[in-house]
Design a protein around this ligand. Structure first.
Ligand code: GLN
Length: 317
């Protein structure tokens, strides 16, 4: 695929040709190739690449008439070629651009750290609406990835005292910290590399013995293993599968998170999870069956913009 699409035959390849090239012509040529190779979201990917290379804030600046007015420099052509080659190899656009917006933040993106999905912005919205400006919240996030959830909450709520963000992946921890520093949000954040075990106990250098949380939040891996084989190539070729594959039924990490919440939530504290739409009833049942041991109560299920059950809230009694 890559070979076939090398731009050697492109009329734009020979940069020694000292003629100016209109952005619209290069755009149309590349778009046709992306469509021929059945790359998903071809037009949007290309608009994002052009906007990035041409340093335009708004996508409409690289559409229609606007694209016709732009003449490309040799450097810009080369940079577009490089990014186009990544996209035709199915690299997610977020990794090509090396940054992505999440709520009010622009976060750095790095292979293979999980790319934030729009649904997760809704999870942050749901949690945000419940926070009061008066309390001093202590929050624990498991599986922080790029840091999108923790950093958005810190950015939007002065009332948060501290967030401890945990991830099993070294690259994810590094990226969360990098984003925290870039956005000047690192002073209320502690990032720890750790793989959550089934007993839901954390080492005391991460969570001191007497520390309990108002909120535990996670967008855990929840895709059942058999479905993870059917994910888009963009996902399985480039993203850390540990952020997606949740074991046989997609519930492995969720079970550990329930144990964790029983151990570390304050009374009336809550666990917020992003989940698969087949999970809420099963999770409610597990919580009910372990009510005596855990002292947890299943509170609510919330739908995402696509009307799918996507989030659950569980409270410590
Ligand atoms: N909704 C996600 C996806 O398909 C799954 C994320 C997750 O397992 N946390 O891409």
């Amino acid at each position: 695929n890559l070979r076939k699409s090398l731009p050697l035959s492109s009329p734009f390849h020979n940069s020694s040709l000292n003629c100016s090239i209109k952005a619209i012509d290069l755009f149309d040529e590349k778009l046709k190739k992306l469509i021929d190779e059945k790359i998903s979201e071809p037009e949007n990917s290309l608009e994002l690449i052009f906007a990035n290379v041409l340093k335009k804030e708004k996508l409409r600046e690289v559409r229609g008439e606007n694209l016709e007015k732009i003449e490309l420099t040799e450097d810009q052509i080369q940079e577009i070629e490089e990014k186009f080659l990544c996209r035709i190899s199915k690299m997610p656009t977020q990794y090509i651009l090396k940054e992505w917006e999440f709520r009010d933040l622009k976060l750095n993106m790095k292979i293979p750290v999980f790319i934030p999905r729009p649904e997760t912005e809704e999870l942050v919205e749901l949690i945000s609406q419940k926070l009061s400006p008066k309390k001093n919240y202590k929050i624990l996030e498991i599986g922080c990835g790029s840091g999108c959830i923790s950093l958005s909450l810190l950015n939007e709520h002065e009332a948060i005292d501290e967030i401890i963000a945990v991830d099993q992946s070294k690259s994810a921890c590094e990226l969360t910290l990098e984003n925290a520093k870039k956005l000047d949000l690192s002073h209320r954040l502690k990032v720890c590399k750790h793989k959550l075990e089934n007993d839901g106990l954390l080492p005391t250098d991460i969570v001191p013995l007497d520390l309990k949380f108002d909120l535990i939040i996670s967008n855990p891996p929840y895709v059942p293993s058999k479905d993870s084989l059917k994910l888009q190539p963009e996902i399985y070729l480039y993203e850390d599968i540990r952020a997606l594959d949740g074991g046989k039924e997609g519930l492995d990490v969720i079970n550990s998170l329930l144990n964790l919440s029983a151990n570390y939530l304050k009374p009336k504290g809550s666990l917020w999870l992003e989940i698969d739409d087949r999970h809420p009833e099963i999770i409610a049942k597990i919580v009910e069956n372990n009510a005596e041991k855990w002292n947890l109560k299943f509170m609510s299920t919330y739908k995402d913009i696509f009307k799918k059950n996507r989030f659950v809230e569980i409270e410590k009694c």
